[in-house]
Ligand binder design. Structure first.
Ligand code: NAD
Ligand code: LMR
Length: 327
């Protein structure tokens, strides 16, 4: 049995994400949890003729049932940005939501892969880690901040500058974190290799860093990215399933992870990032989660400058998350 729980399943991300997961045949049970509207979402999805069973879990009294025996837990629960807000402005509300959901997960499915979408990801991931540490069940290999949307956007935006590139096959490694200038696309490592002018590099980098703001502005108060996030979240969740139960090897994707010394490569990236505790970089996924964390490699001078600027911000974001649980 492969159970996937989506927490916040009735939301703007939760609904299309659940739809995409319903199409995946590695999943046998899709458990949808929210504080509102989730019975309707589950009833609707349950008519789709794929093998998985869909169940609805409404309200905190039913959270245990949603989580019990889950193999993967995806968390898009929380409030999204409105124009003029930063992701850090969401901390006040979302930190508590993520803490409470993580507390339940640490009790009812301590071995699940935890995929964190709720913003600010730079801080919500350390929150989940601290909750699991307190419960004595933390495994850094099983915790992921979902930064896939940055990678998805980067591939697309690069292909708009050079239409000869197919965005599906264009790989951009995006390192750092998931907010503004902590998002660092490594255009110097683009695969296939491209020669962009410095002006193009700076414009592309800015667009990738602030892609979320484009959507927030266009939605004009009605929220942030939901459909592209559902696409990105499903892609990452399916990669975890392919690696952990599908037996697929060699899956490498950027994700915001704990650079714990217990994971191969963690110490290398720690050294490359002036001792960041969490960092988004390429990770290889295996049956137990993070199999290997990859070095950020050789950066251009421009990328080195971006990294130096991002590091204090990343450290402060992590500290906020850690203090929220331990202070
Ligand atoms: P939304 O408001 O449309 O949906 C959020 C859902 O969470 C709602 O259905 C709400 O009822 C539910 N919820 C709230 N508190 C809950 C709780 N305690 N338990 C269970 N469910 C709860 O918002 P959205 O557009 O889906 O965005 C959700 C989050 O994802 C936001 O924090 C947003 O900033 C973030 N996000 C992250 C990325 C990323 O790249 N990581 C991308 C887009 C959005
Ligand atoms: C995004 O990158 O689209 C999300 O983090 C949502 C946001 O607030 O921009």
């Amino acid at each position: 049995m492969v159970k996937v729980a989506v927490l916040g399943a009735a939301g703007g991300i939760g609904q299309p994400l659940s739809l995409l997961l319903k199409q995946n045949t590695l999943i046998s049970h899709l458990a949808l949890y929210d504080l509102v509207n989730v019975p309707g979402v589950a009833a609707d999805l349950s008519h789709i003729n794929t093998p998985s069973k869909v169940t609805a879990h409404l309200g905190a009294d039913n959270l245990q049932e949603a989580l019990a025996d889950a193999h993967v837990v995806v968390i898009p629960a929380g409030v999204p940005r409105k124009p003029g807000m930063t992701r850090d402005d969401l901390f006040k509300i979302n930190a508590g939501i993520v803490r409470d959901l993580a507390t339940a997960a640490s009790k009812y499915c301590p071995k699940a892969f935890m995929l964190i979408i709720s913003n600010p990801v730079n801080s919500t991931v350390p929150i989940v880690a601290e909750v699991f540490k307190k419960a004595g069940v933390y495994d850094p290999k099983r915790l992921f901040g979902v930064s896939t949307l940055d990678v998805v956007r980067a591939s697309r935006f690069v292909s708009e500058v050079n239409p000869e590139l197919n965005p599906v096959d264009t790989r951009v490694t995006v390192i750092g974190g998931h907010s503004g200038t902590t998002i660092i696309p490594l255009l110097s490592q683009l695969n296939p290799t491209q020669k962009f002018t410095q002006e193009q590099i700076e414009a592309l980098t800015h667009r990738i860093q602030f892609g979320g703001d484009e959507v927030v502005k266009a939605k004009d108060g009605a929220g942030s990215a939901t459909l592209s996030m559902a696409f990105a979240g499903a892609r990452f969740a399916i990669n975890i399933l392919e690696a952990s139960v599908g037996g697929k090897t060699g899956i490498i994707e950027p994700s915001y992870v704990d650079l714990s010394a217990y994971v191969e490569g963690g110490n290398t990236v720690k050294a490359e990032t002036q001792d960041c505790a969490y960092f988004a970089t390429n990770v290889e996924l295996g049956k137990d989660g993070v199999e290997k964390i990859f070095s950020i490699g050789k950066l251009s001078e421009f990328e080195q400058k971006l990294l130096a600027e991002a590091i204090p911000q990343l450290k402060a974001n992590v500290e906020s998350g850690v203090n929220f649980i331990n202070a």
